[in-house]
Design a protein around this ligand. Sequence first.
Ligand SMILES: Cc1ncc(COP(=O)(O)O)c(C=O)c1O
Length: 480
Amino acid sequence: MRRPLKLAADGAHHTSARIHDERELLKLEALYCSHGDTVHYADPPKLFERCEGSFLYDAEGREYLDLQMWYSAVSFGYRNPRLNHAVTAQLDRLPQLASQYLHREKIELAAHIARRVENTWGMKGRVQFNVGGSQAVEDSLKLVRNARGGKSLMFAFEGGYHGRTLGATAITSSYRYRRRYGHFGERAHFVPFPYCFRCPYGKKRDDCGLYCVDQFARLFDSEYHGVWDGKAGECEFAAFYVEPILGTGGYIIPPPGYFEKLKGILEARRILLVDDEIQMGFYRAGKFWALENFNVKPDIIVFGKALTNGLNPLSGLWAREELINPQAFPPGSTHSTFSSNPLGTAVALETMKMLDEEDYERMTALKGAYFLNGLNELKRRHRTIGDVDGMGLALRMEICGDDGFTPDRAKVDLLVDEALKGDLEHDGKHYGLVLDIGGYYKNVITLAPALSISYGEIDLALALLDQLMNRVAKRRAQHA
Ligand SMILES: Cc1ncc(COP(=O)(O)O)c(C=O)c1O
């Protein structure tokens, strides 16, 4: 039988027992955990014991500055006292309730989000909940099909990611997620994202005149381009699924004017705009909704992740009243046992109140500019950093060869592995860095620090990234 963890008098595990236990855990994991539900990027996989603010801690008490915060699900810092308290208070009062009955938190949360959209964009609408981002995307697909006579064809972006359920993978660009399992519904038509650093049309941002949108518009010039019946004035496609800033695709920020021009085409063709804010929503990109940065209105918004700061799972969608009123989208159109669970809605409601009380727009703009300035400084010092960019606290660092352009995936893998060793040094202390990789060529370090990160922690992040770049360059040079 497996030895139970030894506990010290203060409740903390003895370090040596923990390390021993960690080895046993990894053995068990290798034997009994399906690896189908995740990818272990590190070998051996990394175990963490504790977290606080911007930091994770391993069994040996080493500190890791997290610069990706669970893919932006923990935007408000680990163990955020106010949000944790919302969970425990709900746990003490009404922790569970079937979703056919009502509880105050669900109603107040829906009203809060719907009113916010109304104040921002002047549109009335309603909100419904589910438990994960992919599930909210599935619900949105039903809404769209329902609103457009059952049409199942969607536009989506190259580089876009909307989840791994069978419906969501159909509108997610990577074939890798479909190859073995197929997908439900029709596969999306994938439209190039305006990735100006690597423009798919070989143009330059300064004088391209948004050529990429013109290429999309061209599809509607003639019925022979395969999407538009000019006589009926009808498009075969029901909606365009967008991430305002690509998340998994590498935190790519579109140029000014792009979305305005795109939305003009969609509106003229009655194609719905579905705004996937699952990764970029809730001030990650400097505004409550990332799409607010681009001066266009969505028809449907899907959201998740940071809504509960990564505590009890909750996701949801907002849709225009015309699409989601109970006559158009009748009771029971979607359902999940846990969909508007009291713990999730309670913490989400507290998140919303917190966001109203502080000026997150100003705070993320200032911290984001400071961080980006530091990244630009790093780019000047390391020629293999081909591009840095950022909006709010969604930041990117594209790692390339010596020409500053050719993607260097192997180097990024090395950077991430070295970062996780926990032996970088600053002011006499050891640190690790938690980094995430994204991008079409898996050569982008996508940075999503806690929005609560301090300026001192940003300085620490920049110093550690600098050290990491130097270390990997040296190692590479030794092996050349
Ligand atoms: C933009 C976007 N959409 C959808 C999803 C899927 O969300 P979940 O992983 O909660 O199913 C993600 C997750 O990374 C995402 O980033």
